[in-house]
Design a protein around this ligand. Sequence first.
Ligand code: 5GP
Length: 205
Amino acid sequence: MKLNEKGLLIVISGPSGVGKGTIRKALFKRAGHNLDFSISMTTRSPREGEIDGQDYYFVTKEKFEAELARGNLLEHAKFVNNYYGTPKDKVMEKLKEGKEVVLEIEVQGALQVKAKMQDAVFIFIAPPSWEALESRLVNRDTETSDIIIERLNKAKNEIMFASSYDYIVINDEVENAVDKIIAIIRAEHAKCKRALEGYYRLMEE
Ligand code: 5GP
């Protein structure tokens, strides 16, 4: 048995447009990790280039509501007219297998996970400035101007919840942010509470 048998649940969250997706993708490109991405379910339509079952599970509102009613979602949120949620069973299975599971979700969902899974690690991705967030949302050119305004209004609220997280990582440079996240994951594994749990299990065998 390995020392740290139980996987870590890592929640990467923060306002829309802050670059969570870019950071997460860059994190997964780094070699030598044991990370597994939790693919969310959404009722939003796919953007150009997005693949069903890879970026999201794109589902109808009816299907989403049915999954929610069956208790199959670990968390969910309505975000600017669409539903988003994390399929529960897959996350739990992967954690049991000892994998590090990464959720990339907005703030309401992160707070729900925090209420259920105190052991998870919560990382808030913050923009270097308000202007940077605004220009990212406008320049990525994936939403209409009405939706951009709604997302920016939402971001103002979301930033107020940063203090509920364990860590804050400012997205000044993507690779910099990835370095910090890797350092956080390493430090979390070395925390006495976590490391000793595995150690005591080892001693009991
Ligand atoms: P987008 O439409 O830009 O892909 O996502 C909108 C927001 O929903 C982003 O902040 C994204 O991180 C978040 N999101 C994606 N998947 C989930 C999920 O499963 N649960 C929650 N709560 N938010 C999610």
